[in-house]
Ligand binder design. Sequence first.
Ligand code: GUN
Length: 286
Amino acid sequence: MSAKIIDGKAIAAFIKENAAKDAAELTKKIGRHPCLAVIIVGEDPASRVYVNNKKKACEACGITSLEYALPEQTTEGELLDRIAALNGDDTVDGILCQLPLPKHINEEKVIEAIDPAKDVDGFHPVNVGKMVTGGDGLLPCTPAGLVEMLRYEGIDPEGKRCVVIGRSNIVGKPAAILMQRANATVTVCHSKTRNLKEILLQADIIVASVGKPHFLTADMVKPGAVVLDVGINRLPDKTLVGDAEFAEVSEVAGWITPVPGGVGPMTVAMLMKNTVAAACRRAAAR
Ligand code: GUN
């Protein structure tokens, strides 16, 4: 058997088209484009690539993007001041501070400084709380993108067993919550989990967010299962791979997301969707 490859790039293109339509409509109403402010601190090369992708997507969607590229030695206070200024700027709809931040800056403090109404990453505790209780806050982009991909593929998580590997605040934890909201039965595994293979073999849907290449092998996947690979790992020869051993896992799985071209483009598309949604809500609240 050979898995259906889920084309994240194509689904992302569709979501961005819709975001662009909504952005154009709102632009007519409010007399300016929706606006996303992106802050990047330091010179992490992966972060630079992600930020560039986000800016490119804004351009394609009719969203104004502002970039604040701050030096590595920026103090926490300076960063918080920048965020306070963007919170108070009525022409800014979304604020995103690219993670990771340099070690001398407290990420939690920074995330909590962002106005929840402008928190297009969905990382602020207010939005996390709404996500957990089923409210309509801004949802984190990568996990929301996973659920959206399943919807486009006609895969309903309801009643299915979903195993999430990884418990980060950005992916694992929120992915588990959103899969549960979609009525899946969810198990979260992590580095301390015993009998991981045994648990994984029960999964109808696997979310792999480990950050280790070659982690998920074919013997850990139930025939026909859906494998959503969130890993973005750079091999010594510079090749980009996910957490799944793609060639062998795709022989067993029913569906699989490729790396690149799977979950990554969806994250950016969901960010566009969130930015337009934040702009629409802010306009309506005026
Ligand atoms: N670093 C890795 N993923 C993300 C993300 O989704 N948002 C932000 N702000 N930083 C990240």
